[in-house]
Each structure stands twice: as C-alpha cells, then as structure tokens.
Write a protein that binds this ligand. Structure first.
Ligand SMILES: Cc1ncc(C[n+]2csc(CCOP(=O)(O)OP(=O)(O)O)c2C)c(N)n1
Length: 275
C-alpha cells in the first residue's frame, strides 16, 4: 500500500505528463496517443518510484533497464525521460520532425535513457528476456522491466520469448501487458482472440498477476510481488483504458493514432485537468 503522499505524487505527475503528451501530439501533428495514455501510469510508477536509474549516467551498467516493446508509445516514454532530466524538454518541440533525435519510435542511439530501439512489434520483449538472462549470467543485480501491448501479443515472437522466459526461470525481469483491449484495427477479441491471456502465460511457466493498470496501489503491489518472486517470471496483466484521461479518446479505435487542432487540444487538456 502506498503512503498517501506517494500516491498523490504519482497521480499529480501522471496528470502533468498527460498534459505534456497532448502538447507534443499537438505540435508534432499526430502521435499514438491512445496507447501512450494506456501505458502511462505503469511508466509513472516505474520511473518515479521503482527504477534504480541515474539520468546523469544513462549508460551506468547497473541501471535498471526499461524496454518499451510497444515502441509506438514512444511519445509517452519521451515525455517521461525528458521530465526525469535525460535531456532538455524543449527538444520535444521538434518531436518527429526532420533532423530531430526523436522519431515516433525512439532510437537508443539518439535518445539518452532509451535502452532498446523498438517499433517493430514483437521484438522488444525477446530482447528484454535476453537482457535479463545476460544480466543473470554476468552476475548483475539490476531489474529489467518491459511493457508489451495486447495487440502486440498477436506476434509469434512474443510467445517464443514467453517460452524462453519460462524455460530459463527469468525472475530478474518484470513484464507488463498493457491490456487496453484494443489493437490498431479494433478490439483484440474481435481481431484475434487473446483470452484467457493469464492462463496462456501460466502455461508457458509464468506467474500472472492481473491488476487495474491505472490504480497506483495495485501497480505498486504487483511490482513488489514480481521482485519477491524467486521461481517463475512474473507477468502483470494491467487492465487499462486506451486513451485514458481524455474522455473523447477513451476506448475509441480512431484514437490509436491521431492529431489535434486548437479546439481538440483545449478539450483534451480540460478533460485531463478535470480528472
Ligand atoms: C511488426 C509490426 N507490424 C505492424 C505494426 C503497426 N502497428 C503499430 S501499433 C499496432 C497495433 C498494436 O496494438 P497494441 O499492441 O494493442 O497497442 P496499443 O493498443 O497499446 O497502442 C500495429 C499493428 C508494427 N509497428 N510492427
């Protein structure tokens, strides 16, 4: 259970950075804003409570690693990294513009704090399993965190990685599924059924913990449980809402990717501020 002051701090940071995601989406012309908002509270809990990192030393070998396997959520990750001090937030004024270090999918060679370049779905999670296994073999104690999308679970390589994670008993990583129930072209259960998702992971040797992915107490408790688990890798299936925080975006397939004009930007900010 979080202390009231910790919960408040996380909630306020989440609101502040949701606003920033709207600002960047407005200036760059469009982003994968729906998925950035569903994953957002997980990133906030990790970066502002759990991750052992030093923005002044982005290559510190013992830093915890973070792999945003659903790399199209890069706009949300970029805002968090900027706020943490990896770079000047003003750089995001040119997000996804020609010459900017920031593409829609973040490049680890251009953006400090990014451990893995992602964007091609199904490829970050296998890398995260490899990072965790490598860390164990080399005697490192850092934790590897990874976020995959539920639509991303339609990729076969997700299940190869799950098989490897279960086989090798990778307990130094924490996997999240951003279970917002939507992929690019509609509800996941209509496009290609995923349920029972927890049982699928369990059958691959994982312990599945299902939570409300916008409840900071539940996110925190699940992360702690993943740290304490010593036998099986842990997947946290985070039930989330695509577009969370902006009423007219929530659970709308059309807001997988979208742009804003002055009017919709003002409406979005008003909705976020209302809470
Ligand atoms: C290999 C690959 N195929 C297709 C795409 C295009 N694409 C980008 S996002 C997306 C849908 C992903 O759905 P989900 O993982 O549920 O993302 P979220 O709803 O969390 O944004 C697709 C198909 C891609 N990036 N990579």
């Amino acid at each position: 259970m979080l202390k009231a002051s910790e919960r408040k701090k996380l909630q306020e940071k989440a609101r502040e950075l949701r606003e920033k995601i709207i600002e960047v989406t407005f200036t760059c012309g469009g982003s994968h804003v729906g998925g950035a908002f569903s994953q957002h509270d997980i990133l906030i809990a990790l970066y502002y409570k759990h991750m052992n990192i030093d923005p002044k030393k982005p290559q510190w070998p013992e830093r915890d690693r973070f792999v945003l396997s659903k790399g199209h959520g890069g706009v949300g990750h970029a805002v968090v990294l900027g706020d943490k001090g990896y770079y000047d937030m003003a750089l995001l004024d040119d997000f996804n513009k020609t010459g900017s270090p920031f593409g829609m999918h973040l490049d680890r060679l251009k953006v400090p704090g990014v451990d893995t370049s992602t964007g091609s779905l199904g490829h970050g999670f296998p890398l995260a399993v490899g990072i965790a296994l490598g860390a164990r073999l080399q005697g490192h104690t850092f934790q590897t965190y990874c976020v995959i999308g539920d639509g991303e679970c339609h990729e076969g390589s997700i299940w190869e990685a799950a098989m490897a994670g279960g086989h090798y008993g990778i307990t130094n990583m924490t996997l999240f599924v951003d279970r917002n129930r939507f992929c690019l072209d509609g509800p996941t259960e209509d496009v290609l059924k995923l349920e029972p998702l927890d049982a699928k992971f369990e059958s691959f040797g994982w312990r599945a913990i299902t939570i409300d992915g916008h409840d900071f107490d539940q996110i925190d408790e699940a992360i702690e449980a993943s740290h304490a688990e010593k036998e099986r890798p842990v997947v946290i299936i985070a039930n989330t809402v695509k577009g969370k925080g902006v009423d007219f975006m929530e659970s709308k397939t059309a807001w997988h990717y979208g742009g804003l004009d002055d009017q919709t930007k003002a409406k979005a900010l008003k909705s976020i501020r209302k809470g």
